[in-house]
Design a protein around this ligand. Structure first.
Ligand SMILES: C[S@@+](CC[C@H](N)C(=O)[O-])C[C@H]1O[C@@H](n2cnc3c(N)ncnc32)[C@H](O)[C@@H]1O
Length: 210
């Protein structure tokens, strides 16, 4: 059991809403940032328990930002935890976050989970993730759920939209190099979660004996 799962199991404080298998995914991708001055943004605050979980996990040098449409989330601020209020579907609001938050090392999209919200959030905030940072969008099962705008293989869902990322990361081989090709190291698809790891990349070369 990792520290996040342990924290969740022992938590008697503010509520946390996560799926069980997410803890391993978080730990696999986030552990290298522990103990550093990491800036973490989570869209979707709800009861605020996950913000406190991140604070505990990343340590005292971390800065945790929660973003939510519900103004009551402002009351959940404490040392190292700041909340910003607004609608993640609104691109102007998302742009304003890039001014208010000095750096984003890790972004977790756990907000309203509709297709427009997930796509707008990705399009506006992904370019602002640090060059060695991580973008994680969770609850992608809504891409299959009608009430969130989803449907199996339906055009415009976040899952369908993100399938294009496979072509973008392979851009060197189709002569379609984009900023995405040059800045994304890897894509990790899990049940309901996509993790995008950034790292500056150059044109790949065949390995040769020195
Ligand atoms: C699933 S809860 C977040 C759970 C929390 N991250 C946790 O792990 O405990 C979703 C939150 O997203 C917020 N939300 C819904 N629509 C939103 C929107 N358009 N913009 C920003 N936040 C939104 C809701 O108010 C709610 O607090």
């Amino acid at each position: 059991m990792n520290d996040l799962e342990r924290y969740f199991n022992n938590n008697a404080g503010r509520p946390i809403q996560k799926w069980q298998h997410y803890f391993d995914i978080y730990d696999r991708h986030f552990s290298r940032f522990r103990g550093s001055e990491v800036h973490v943004v989570e869209i979707g605050v709800c009861g605020g328990g996950s913000l406190q979980m991140w604070k505990d996990y990343f340590g005292r040098d971390a800065k945790i930002y929660g973003v939510d449409i519900n103004p009551n989330c402002k009351k959940l601020e404490e040392e190292s935890i700041e909340t910003l209020i607004g609608d993640q579907e609104n691109r102007e609001f998302l742009e304003s976050l890039t001014v208010e938050i000095p750096r984003i090392d890790i972004l977790i999209d756990d907000g309203g989970h509709t297709m427009e919200q997930q796509i707008n959030t990705f399009e506006v905030l992904f370019p602002h993730i640090d060059k060695n940072g991580i973008y994680l969008c969770e609850d992608l099962h809504t891409s299959y759920w009608k009430r969130f705008g989803g449907g199996y293989h339906k055009a415009g869902t976040f899952v369908e939209y993100s399938k294009e990322f496979i072509d973008r990361i392979n851009g060197w081989h189709s002569h379609r190099v984009t900023e995405f090709t040059e800045s994304v190291d890897s894509l990790h698809y899990y049940d309901s979660v996509l993790v995008i790891e950034k790292k500056p990349r150059e044109k790949p070369t065949k390995a040769r004996v020195a």
